[in-house]
Design a protein around this ligand. Sequence first.
Ligand code: TZP
Ligand code: MG
Length: 210
Amino acid sequence: MVYDLYVITDEKIGNGRSHTELARQAVAGGADVIQLRDKNLSGRDLLDTAVAIRDITQDTGALFIVNDRLDVALAAGADGVHLGESDLPIRYARRLAPPGFIIGASVSSVATAVRAWEEGADYVALSPTFATGSKDDAGPGHGLSTLAAVRAAVPLPLIAIGGINAGNVAEVIAAGADGVAVISAVVGEDDVTAAARDLRDRIATAKARV
Ligand code: TZP
Ligand code: MG
């Protein structure tokens, strides 16, 4: 699986654009993964949105992940679900998921990353890697030293999330991340497609140097 550029849709940060518009524009710019994240939609509205994004990603080969809701992810035919440390535990999600279904885990330390790996996560995301204004309860950033420590401890794809942008993405990759998950650096830009393309190019350049 390629997780290089992982774009999280957020209508509050998206300047009036819908989840589906944001997904379409990000995929056009080469996003490898789209995550639907909305804490306010009803289950039914979230499902409708997920089905629409599923159609968009299916046409392009991008992965589609639903945040928080394993039920919605399964019902929509998404590729996977992303679970935080307060969500359904990874080992329980694994029991419900069909073979090949991706379960991603937000982690905050080496210890929680190792636990997610042992419970059957397919990737871990260090959350937040840097401070962010996009998630109210994100807390302070864990920084590149923790990112590198998780890299050394866990043999899963490692994604950095929180406060990542064109200015710091190269050092995030150099510290050991396989990919970066972003909201504002893509979804908050006027030209979502161009922002995605630019970040993806920077990731590719940084990986060529690692
Ligand atoms: N989880 C941890 S940090 C974060 C989420 C959803 C927000 C990331 O947004 P941004 O704008 O890329 O910092
Ligand atoms: Mg969650």
